[in-house]
Design a protein around this ligand. Structure first.
Ligand code: F6P
Length: 351
């Protein structure tokens, strides 16, 4: 049996642990041959494939990034390198030439959507969800999320000591495009006084009044803003990116300026953009274990011929869910989520 693996989309701590687990489980238990496809679907389009052996994947369970490399815009059905045309046949040719019996695609919603299209064309594919944003549909917890939350919590803790010393209001911008899980859990873990989430458009006057009250009572305040958060009736704050890429970022600065305007000169408002610090570095032990579980489950699904499915954590168990149910969807924070209720009960401003 020959199995191809690729990692697509933005990188995420824990990808190497999945590559290791898939490879070791299939080599040790089934004598399979593992082929690593470089830079996600770009490697399939360009035919960049190399053999992975057991020695090559040992000792990487704790390493961040992805040893295969990745690419976040290489969609074979709409390939930027060919003016947006469909080059999926070229990608399938790569798999056929390499004699691949099954493909494991590790990635976020974009990768799962592409994997589902390949499944419909008859490619035997198994998906593994990856994202620090924790927003892949039907999956309770993605590896990488815990590592990102730890960075946010650490940052808030550091900002608190300096905010307290200067009597300042600190605004921190986290990742989280359409779902605010990182800001919510990171904010709770770091004791934020306000959390602004993409799911809950905020009122800048309510936020300012809340921050003023907190600063009056405790001498400082911390605001945690997801990059996809926006004002009531407002729009996403975007940076310019290459071509048609929609790159988020800047809402933290916008919120900071708005707060400073409303609160006047007596209270100083500063902002910090965490950006890719949340995605870089090594995975937490929790993420290493979750990634390993996902990798072993993906290997089992390949052996069982459960193609066209994605590994998912549901009720704490690894299960197989149809890719068609995942493609084009995302998992946002439900309105009545327990953590939102907890934050509300603690007096945190949620917009
Ligand atoms: O991995 C998802 C994500 O972290 C989003 O929260 C963020 O908007 C995006 O990746 C940034 O991606 P890039 O590295 O391509 O700018």
């Amino acid at each position: 049996m020959r199995v191809g693996i690729l990692t697509g989309g933005g990188d995420c701590p824990g990808l190497n642990a999945v590559i290791r687990a898939v490879s070791l489980a299939l080599i040790e238990q089934h004598g399979a041959e593992i082929l690593g496809i470089e830079r996600g679907f770009l490697g399939l389009i360009e035919g960049r494939v190399r053999k992975l052996d057991a020695a090559g994947v040992r000792g990487i369970v704790n390493e961040g990034g992805t040893l295969l490399g990745t690419h976040n815009r290489a969609d074979p059905f709409h390939y930027f390198g060919a003016g947006g045309s469909d080059v999926s046949a070229r990608a399938i040719e790569t798999l056929d030439r390499a004699g691949v019996d099954a493909l494991i695609a590790i990635g976020g919603d974009g990768t799962m959507t592409i994997a589902e299209r390949f499944a419909r064309l008859g490619v035997p594919v198994v998906g593994v969800p990856k994202t620090i944003d924790n927003d892949v549909a039907h999956n309770e917890r993605s590896f990488g999320f815990d590592s990102a939350v730890a960075v946010v919590a650490e940052a808030l803790g550091r900002l608190e000591t300096t905010a307290r010393s200067h009597g300042r209001l600190m605004v921190v911008e986290t990742m989280g495009r359409h779902a605010g899980w990182i800001a919510l859990e990171g904010g709770l873990a770091g004791g934020a006084d306000a959390m602004l989430l993409p799911e809950r458009p905020f009122d800048p006057d309510v936020l300012a009044a809340h921050c003023f009250d907190r600063c009056s009572r405790q001498g400082f305040a911390l605001v945690c803003v997801a990059e996809g958060a926006h004002e009531l009736g407002g729009e996403l704050v975007l940076q310019s990116g290459p071509g048609s890429v929609e790159r988020l970022g800047g809402v933290g600065q916008r919120v900071t300026e708005g707060l400073q305007r409303r609160l006047g000169g007596d209270l100083e408002v500063r902002h910090t953009l965490l950006g890719h610090l949340q995605r870089g570095g090594n995975p937490t032990a929790f993420d290493r274990v979750l990634a390993t579980r996902f990798g072993v489950q993906a290997a089992r699904m390949v052996v069982a011929g459960e193609f066209g499915h994605m590994v998912a954590l549901q009720e704490g168990q690894c299960r197989a869910v149809p890719l068609i149910d995942v493609a084009g969807r995302m998992r946002q924070i439900p309105e009545s989520h327990e953590l939102l209720i907890a934050a509300h009960d603690l007096g945190v401003c949620l917009g």
